[in-house]
Design a binder for this molecule. Structure first.
Ligand code: BES
Ligand code: ZN
Ligand code: ZN
Length: 486
């Protein structure tokens, strides 16, 4: 989509559809106020009213869009408003719309522009790849948005450009999550990384099964050995440590399908498990954004990828797996497989001596019980790093909530016959999983983000999400990295 900026007033420029964003109980311009009964629109958050001005103002249609109270206004309000605007244009089959704000907003204009662009791009997202015979109406896409402003065009342009890059990263992650498990196998996931690298300029390496066996990636091999689709280990690199830039490792869980393995999931729980590579997809999306934003950082994206299947060759309960680190894992439940492949991914990250390791995974059902779809579960070994992600969560609208990683939780995953066991019982299921992961990062500052509740939505809670993958993590991690680079 093309989003451009112009100085001017949205009410005096002709348009098929103009959107006027309004704070709650703010006075409307007289020629707009004359078009409605005042009580019909007060500007409450997400409130909309479509008007046909018939010449009273220049645009043919005018959408009043509520932003809620000025004191409660955040970037997230704007993001959602952007999605509502583009969806209204979509409904009206209007290819281009204009937008302006009624009053100065108490937020940084660049952030407002960024959030708006994110909302518009993400709100327009659909996953149509497998829908044949769509009508022209169903295929209709908004092509152009013009933002009218009295403020700094430059600032707004910069915000829009960043917002579009970030939203495209999230849309890419959504596409990957939405692809069926039979299509996006670990090898196909690796091919996607290679294509991404060519597209935006990343150094990409994909290890195949034979290379992983030879180099001792025992965790990925164990989880992947029950499937006819071979596992892969994907590494994507932006920038270089030699340029004196700090290294950040992003590690993502890349289970292209999680049946549970021999500890087979019941049918209901297996649905949506194509999304078990949502952490990996977030790493792909963030790497794309980082490259397009040309961030002055050395960022390494690491995605171990496997399909967890039952089968004659599958790993089994009671197996003991020797990971890349040399540490051993007693497997008690093959459905707790994410942490087993991540053990290799996290240990691999140490070779870059990173300033931080940020890992994302659809790791535990327990985090859905704890936080629902409203927050990412965060655990970490370094409070400064965790605080940075908390702040990025507020700005990006991908909020995180921290859980502790006390020694007592490490006790719960001690094994009598190996170094760790892969489950700690029902109690504190998300935290014992986080504690397990922390075993493999050495002393490097580490944050684990459990996105099991947020990566996939059948019925989305936010207007800018479509049914399916949400692309969660891309906005959060990119915001974190932009702040880190600044
Ligand atoms: N991929 C699942 C976690 C999950 C559940 C993600 C629901 C998204 C939605 C993970 O591999 C898993 O199966 N975890 C088990 C762990 C248990 C066996 C300790 C779980 O959460 O039930
Ligand atoms: Zn599982
Ligand atoms: Zn899983």
């Amino acid at each position: 989509m093309e989003i451009t900026v112009q100085t001017g007033n949205v009410l005096t420029e002709t348009a098929e559809l103009a959107v006027l964003a309004c704070l709650e109980d703010a006075e409307l311009p007289a020629d707009v106020a004359g078009l409605l009964e005042a009580a019909d629109f007060r500007g409450r958050a997400k409130q909309t009213l479509l008007l046909y001005p018939r010449g009273a103002v220049a645009p043919r249609r005018l959408l009043l869009l509520g932003l809620g109270k000025a004191e409660k206004l955040t970037a997230e309000t704007i993001r959602q408003a952007g999605a509502l605007a583009v969806q209204q244009a979509q409904t009206l089959q209007v290819a281009a719309f204009t937008i302006g704000v009624n009053e100065a907003l108490p937020l940084d204009p660049e952030l407002v522009a960024q959030a708006f662009a994110e909302g518009v791009e993400l709100g327009a997202y659909r996953y149509d790849r497998y829908r044949t015979g769509l009508s022209a109406e169903q295929r209709f896409a908004v092509e152009r948005v013009t933002v009218f402003t009295n403020g700094s065009e430059e600032q707004i342009r910069a915000g829009i450009a960043a917002g579009q890059v970030i939203a495209r990263g999230a849309a890419f992650a959504r596409d990957l999550v939405n692809a069926p498990g039979g299509v996006l196998t670990p090898v196909a996931f690796g091919d996607e990384a290679v294509a991404l690298g060519k597209r935006v300029g990343l150094n990409v390496t994909v290890l195949d099964k034979a290379q992983m066996i030879e180099q001792g990636f025992g965790g990925v091999i164990a989880v992947g050995q029950g499937s006819v689709n071979d596992p892969t280990f994907i590494v994507m690199e932006h920038g270089a440590a030699s340029e004196g830039q700090p290294t950040i490792c992003l590690v993502g869980k890349g289970l292209t399908f999680d049946s549970g393995g021999l500890s087979l999931k019941p049918g209901d729980a297996m649905m949506t498990m194509k999304s078990d590579m949502g952490g990996g997809a977030a790493v792909f999306g963030a790497m794309q954004a980082v490259a397009e934003l040309k961030l002055p950082l050395h960022v390494v994206g690491i995605v171990p990828s496997a399909e967890n299947m039952p089968g004659a060759n599958a790993f089994r309960p009671d197996d003991i797996v020797t990971t890349l680190s040399g540490k051993t894992i007693e497997v008690l439940n093959t459905d707790a497989e994410g942490r087993v492949i991540l053990a290799d991914g996290l240990f691999y990250a140490q070779r870059y001596k990173p300033a931080a390791i940020v890992e994302l995974s659809t790791l535990t059902g327990a985090v859905i019980i704890a936080l629902g779809a409203h927050a990412i579960g965060m655990m970490g070994t370094n409070q400064e790093l965790a605080d940075k992600l908390s702040r990025a969560g507020e700005t990006s609208g991908e909020r995180v909530w921290q859980l502790p990683l006390w020694d007592e939780y490490h006790e719960m995953i001690k094994s009598k016959i190996a170094d760790v066991k892969n489950i700690g019982g029902r109690a504190a299921g998300s935290i014992t999983a986080g504690a397990f992961l922390a075993t493999f990062v050495g002393d490097y500052p580490f944050v684990h983000l459990d996105i099991a509740g947020t990566a996939f939505a059948d019925t989305p809670l936010k207007p800018y999400n479509a049914p399916g993958g949400t692309g969660v993590g891309v906005r959060l991690v990119t915001e974190f990295l932009r702040n880190y680079a600044a």
